[in-house]
Design a protein around this ligand. Structure first.
Ligand code: C5P
Length: 288
């Protein structure tokens, strides 16, 4: 049995720098990942199957459209195209991350299953061009394959590692669903400049300064479509010792940063008690 963690993806900052002819948007984004995430397990079997458990299981379609199954079938096909015969796999997904919520849950699951199946089926990722398979599955899947602090440009596939320290983070999702294409379509402009460079091994204070001088271009259109995202951001900012709050990706999950993990846990508990319908988690980010 092989197990991989599918970490939540946090866009600490995101600028939309242009739009391609095919409608996809060009991004410049600083991304980190949390220790908290979904879990993928794979075992040898005669064909490919998926079992899902966890708090968000009901929202996830357990059929061919599921990104995990799509990822497994694409890898199986890529292997066969190269004359590598692979058996099946029984895949288990423990779904802890809210669905379609700007923290890359589905993309992280797809990336984790690609890595797990390469191990299980003894496939060299380079021999099947795993990064290309990841990009076919979605713009965020290549960065989830990497799963360490990075900057991404292009539509998200041009990845550069970044040296970032561990951050203490709270993730909040109020349950409001907004569609990613709708958010991109609601953008007033798509020509933001590139993000300022991220210094090597920034201290926490240096990173906070950098964050104050950047933005998530998708946050304003998302709040326009779902004003309660602003309520979530205000709630985070009002907690004791919150250093910074912003929406991740196309939302609606927002994150808050704290100087200690104890403070992050206490903020998540406090917000969760006052808003029992909200999803609230304290975690640490994965450092370089
Ligand atoms: O690639 P993914 O399936 O995650 O993207 C979902 C949708 O989000 C795309 O169909 C597109 O409308 C929009 N998108 C975009 N530019 C990106 C990423 C996503 O316009 N860089």
């Amino acid at each position: 049995m092989i197990e991989y963690q599918a970490a939540a993806k946090i866009n600490l900052a995101l600028r939309v720098t242009g739009r391609r002819d095919d409608g996809y948007h060009c991004l410049d984004t600083l991304v980190t990942f949390t220790e908290f995430g979904d879990v993928i397990r794979v075992e040898q079997a005669n064909d490919i199957s998926l079992k899902v458990e966890g708090p968000f299981v009901e929202e996830l379609s357990n059929n061919r459209d599921n990104l995990v199954l799509k990822a497994a079938r694409l890898l199986e096909q890529a292997a066969r195209d190269r004359g590598i015969n692979v058996p099946g796999a029984s895949i288990y997904l423990n779904k802890q991350l809210p669905i379609a919520s700007g923290i890359g849950g589905g993309s992280a699951d797809a990336a984790a299953v690609l890595k797990a199946l390469c191990d299980l089926w003894r496939i060299n990722p380079v021999s099947v061009d795993l990064k290309e398979i990841a990009l076919q599955l979605g713009a965020d899947v290549p960065m989830c394959l990497y799963s360490k602090p990075l900057t991404a440009t292009g539509i998200g596939e041009k990845i550069e590692p970044v040296a970032l320290a561990e951050l203490n983070i709270v993730l909040i999702n109020s349950g409001v669903h907004i569609s990613t294409p709708d958010i991109f379509n609601a953008l007033a402009r798509t020509g933001s400049p590139a993000l300022p460079p991220v210094g090597f091994q920034y201290s926490n204070d240096e990173l906070l300064d950098w964050l104050q001088n950047t933005e998530n271009d998708l946050q304003a259109p998302a709040i326009g479509l779902a004003p309660e995202i602003q309520t979530v951001l205000n709630t985070l900012m009002e907690t004791d010792m919150c250093q910074f709050a912003r929406m991740s990706g196309s939302g609606a999950t927002c994150f808050g940063l704290y100087s200690s993990f104890e403070q992050a846990k206490s903020a998540a508990n406090d917000i969760g008690q006052r808003n029992p319908d909200w999803w609230c988690v304290a975690s640490k980010t994965i450092s370089t």
